[in-house]
Design a protein around this ligand. Structure first.
Ligand code: MF3
Ligand code: CO
Length: 277
């Protein structure tokens, strides 16, 4: 059964989703080469709790952290840890917040410093495929219309690998609700979308093969060819007949831009100092 949410329930889901946006905005400001992914997780958990939320992922099926942090060839569900971010990495940060009885679930893939153009393109196309999916999340469309739009733009138009083992999902009182939202499929297939449904749409798109493996930790998903993978996710409502993202990339992108400028200015100065010493 797919839950239909009232206006007031959707506004509560929006609050949770925007708390995730606020957390990812803090993450955007915090990221730089040399910091550990564990430090990002710690900062985010403190931020969520100090704002009256709790991290949805921590304890979910035994998952041990507030964030999933997946670097380069890691697709999703990466464990924060001792790994130090470095120039040229891409890092998917996936976050859930539970507040007022509802979850928000939202993810963004960040570029650290100078990332190769072909990988920046993967980020751009994956982000846009999410937007194209949301545009299909209209009342009376079907789940397959979302799936098709994502697959068409990423796999067919751009030659990327679409991960099939993991999918988007309904989100609400539980983190994962019906229906599943695959990132591949056929137009007109699957359940019909109705006003008030809330879906986490989350393309996971690989530069190379679509095939993935699970690491020894039982959680971390990596690409089979170890080429990079991107992941963007919005909590999305079917509202006023259309797909409406309840989470937002706007403040995350502003913070990402400001942080890139700050860091490049900083590295410029460091370079000069080390050159003259
Ligand atoms: N956005 C991811 C998902 O929907 C996050 C789940 S990670 C888990 O699958 F730790 F909560 F499982
Ligand atoms: Co999700």
């Amino acid at each position: 059964m797919i839950n239909i949410r009232t206006h007031d329930e959707i506004e509560l889901i929006r609050k949770s989703a925007l708390m995730v946006t606020a957390t990812l905005t803090e993450v955007a400001k915090f990221l730089k080469p040399g910091i550990t992914t564990a430090s990002v997780d710690k900062m985010a958990e403190e931020y969520i709790r100090s704002n009256g939320g709790s991290p949805s992922f921590k304890g979910y099926n035994g998952y041990p952290y507030a964030l999933c942090i997946s670097v380069n060839e890691q697709v999703v569900h990466g464990f924060p840890g001792a790994y130090e971010l470095k120039d040229g990495d891409i890092v998917s940060v996936d976050c859930g917040v539970f507040m007022n009885g509802f979850h928000g679930d939202h993810a963004y893939t960040f570029a650290i410093g100078n990332v190769k153009p072909e990988v920046l393109k993967l980020l751009r196309i994956t982000k846009e495929s999410l937007v194209r999916g949301i545009l299909q999340a209209k009342a009376e469309n079907r789940v397959g219309d979302i799936s098709f739009a994502v697959e068409q733009y990423t796999a067919k138009d751009n030659g990327y690998g679409v991960v099939r083992e993991l999918v988007g999902h309904g989100v609400g009182r539980k983190l994962h609700e019906e229906p599943q939202v695959p990132n591949y499929g056929r137009r007109g297939d699957g359940k019909r979308l109705k006003e008030g449904m809330v879906l986490a749409i989350e393309p996971m798109i690989n530069l190379g093969t679509k095939d993935v493996e699970t690491l020894e930790d039982g959680w971390t998903i990596v690409t089979a060819d170890r080429k990079p993978s991107a992941h963007f996710e919005h909590t999305t409502a079917v509202r006023k007949g259309k797909g409406e993202a309840l989470s937002s990339f706007v403040p995350i992108e502003s913070a990402e831009q400001a942080n890139a400028e700050l860091n490049s200015a900083h590295y410029g100065a460091t370079t000069v100092a080390s050159n003259i010493s």
